[in-house]
Design a protein around this ligand. Structure first.
Ligand code: APR
Length: 230
C-alpha cells in the first residue's frame, strides 16, 4: 500500500468555521496571539490563557468537519494515510482519519505543569485554575506554545521521509519546524499543495499547486487519487 503523508494547517479547518491565524487579524481581545499562546503569558496571566483556550474548546464542540476532512478520510480506502497536522482541533479524527499526528498539541487535552507525561483527555470544555494532575500540580492546555520545543517533530520527519505521495493543505508555511518538513520529502514523489494563497516553493520538484479552498479542491483530488495509479 502506498503511503500518503499530509501536512495540514489552519486553512484545513477554515471552512468548518475556525479562523486561521494569519488570515484573520491575529488578535484575541486586543491581544496578539503570541501574547496569549506563550510560556510568558502563562507565567503572567494563567487565567487569561485558560480562558483563551476554553473559548476555542467551546467553539470546537460547535463545529463540524468539512468536505475536505471527509475527503481525506476516504483516501484510507486505498492508501496508508498519515496526517501530520499543525491544528489542535480534532476534525480530522471526527471525519474518520485514523492516523493523525498533532505537531502543536491538542485542544481537548490538558497536561501537568510538573510532568509533561501526565496528559489528560478533557471531558468538558472548561479548564480552570485549581484543576490539577495526580501529583497536585496545575493543569495547562496540551498545546505547543510560541517558543516551546515541538516534541513530535522527529516522528513527523521520519514519517515524511517514507511518503510515496505528499500533500500540503492550508498552511502559510511560516512556522518552523513544521514548515521545514517539505524538505525531507523524497525529491521525485508526487506532491500537492492546496491553499488559495499557495506560493511557489523553491527547490521542491513535482509539486502540483491547487489554489483553491480545501473543501472545494479535496473531494475531486481524492477521487482522482483513488482512481489513478501514480
Ligand atoms: N482552504 C485551504 N487553505 C486555506 C483556506 C481554505 N478554506 N482558508 C485559508 N487558507 C490558507 C491561507 O491562505 C493560509 O495560507 O490557510 C493558511 C493559514 O495560515 P496560518 O493562519 O498561518 O495557519 P498555519 O499555517 O496553520 O499556522 C501555523 O502557527 O500560530 C501558529 O501554532 C499555530 O499551528 C499554527 C501555526
Amino acid at each position: 500500500m502506498k503511503r500518503i503523508v499530509i501536512l495540514s494547517g489552519a486553512g484545513m479547518s477554515a471552512e468548518s468555521g475556525i479562523s486561521t491565524f494569519r488570515d484573520s487579524n491575529g488578535l484575541w481581545k486586543n491581544h496578539r496571539i503570541e501574547e496569549v499562546a506563550s510560556p510568558e503569558a502563562w507565567e503572567r496571566n494563567p487565567e487569561m490563557v485558560l480562558e483563551f483556550y476554553n473559548q476555542r474548546r467551546k467553539q470546537l464542540c460547535e463545529v463540524k468537519p468539512n468536505a475536505g476532512h471527509f475527503a481525506l478520510a476516504r483516501l484510507e480506502e486505498k492508501f496508508d494515510v498519515q496526517i501530520v497536522t499543525q491544528n489542535v482541533d480534532d476534525l480530522h479524527e471526527r471525519a474518520g482519519s485514523s492516523k493523525v499526528l498533532h505537531l502543536h498539541g491538542e485542544l481537548k487535552k490538558a497536561r501537568s505543569t510538573v510532568d509533561p507525561n501526565l496528559i489528560y483527555e478533557l471531558e468538558h470544555w472548561e479548564l480552570k485554575l485549581g484543576d490539577t494532575c495526580k501529583k497536585g500540580a496545575q493543569l495547562r492546555p496540551h498545546i505547543v506554545w510560541f517558543g516551546e520545543a515541538v516534541p513530535m517533530i522527529d516522528k513527523a520527519v521520519a514519517l515524511v521521509k517514507t511518503a510515496d505521495i505528499f500533500m500540503v493543505i492550508g498552511t502559510s508555511m511560516v512556522v518552523y519546524p513544521a514548515a521545514g518538513l517539505i524538505h525531507y520529502v523524497t525529491r521525485e514523489i508526487p506532491k500537492f499543495y492546496i491553499d488559495p494563497k499557495a506560493f511557489a516553493v523553491h527547490g521542491v520538484e513535482n509539486m502540483e499547486v491547487i489554489r483553491k479552498k480545501a473543501g472545494e479542491a479535496l473531494p475531486g483530488l481524492v477521487e482522482r487519487l483513488l482512481k489513478e495509479v501514480l
